[in-house]
Design a protein. Structure first.
Length: 279
């Protein structure tokens, strides 16, 4: 049987092996960065778990807050030598945002706030790109390369434009690329909100992106390392989840006995934790 809400409120339990509980679920919604890879290389134990789920005919959906179309993320994973057979269901926050942008949901013209490598998310409407003064809305996919660590720059840059809507294609605040922490689009969106601006988010933890991944009648287990997005999203959908503790929050606790307090800090709940995803 799946874990009940009552059990979810009890002390966080370490899950030694995914194989102990996988039979309880049909669908596994799994984060990529921080679970399957660290931005540099694949996690062998996580890949083994994916292989076993696949062998047991489980539905696997990789749900990422990458601000790019799913096809770009798939290519990134293939370059890491991930087997193509695992990648039949990949959804990104960028993909979800792209659907809305292509339909002019927020207006026609936009200013792109982010690195040029994210331009694929607006490829079909690239002719609608405008300057900040004249755009209908701001499309935030990340930080400019030359100001990738300077949030104060964005306070000054955006201060006069809080009357426009900002569309954020990655709600994550930070991510670890190997051992280096990097700011994400969510950090800029947070600055914009603090200035008084309105932000529309695409991706976890917001419910809409999950509707593109599974049906309401499926028995789902979510797996992720980000309490703000992966675990909060699972809570929003009232689905069971595993918190991967050696991910984006690894510097926020010293030993696993502190994890309950860490989850309380972020006002989320999880059924289990694993240091890394393993079968």
């Amino acid at each position: 049987m799946a874990i009940t809400n009552k059990q979810r409120t009890s002390k966080l339990k370490e899950l030694n092996h995914l194989s102990d509980i996988y039979k309880n679920y049909e669908t596994f919604v799994i984060d990529l960065w921080g679970v399957i890879h660290n931005g540099v290389m694949l996690n062998p134990k996580a890949i083994e778990a994916i292989e076993q789920l696949k062998n047991n005919s489980k539905k696997i959906v990789f749900l990422s807050n990458a601000p790019r179309p799913s096809s770009k993320v798939i290519n990134f994973l293939l370059k890491m030598n991930m087997n193509k057979k695992y990648l039949s269901n990949v959804m990104t926050s960028g993909e979800a945002a792209m659907y809305a942008i292509n339909k002019n949901t927020f207006g026609k013209t936009f200013f792109h706030l982010g690195p040029s490598r994210d331009s694929s998310v607006f490829e079909k409407v690239k002719d609608n790109k405008a300057n900040l003064e004249n755009c209908d809305f701001i499309l935030c996919t990340g930080l400019f390369d030359e100001y990738e660590n300077d949030l104060e720059y964005y306070q000054n840059f955006l201060r006069r434009h809080v009357g426009k809507k900002l569309v954020c294609t990655n709600p994550d605040l930070t991510v670890h690329r190997g051992n280096i922490e990097e700011l994400c689009a969510g950090s800029v969106a947070k600055v914009f909100e603090e200035l008084g601006g309105e932000v529309v988010y695409y991706g976890k933890p917001h419910k809409d992106v999950y509707n593109l991944c599974f049906n309401s009648n499926e028995k789902v287990l979510a797996i992720g390392d980000n309490l703000r997005t992966d675990i909060k999203g699972a809570n929003n959908l009232n689905i069971d989840c595993i918190f991967i503790s050696d991910g984006v929050h690894r510097d926020e606790y010293k030993n696993t006995s502190e994890l309950d307090d860490l989850l309380k800090k972020y006002k989320v709940k999880a059924n289990f934790f694993q240091k890394e995803l393993k079968w």
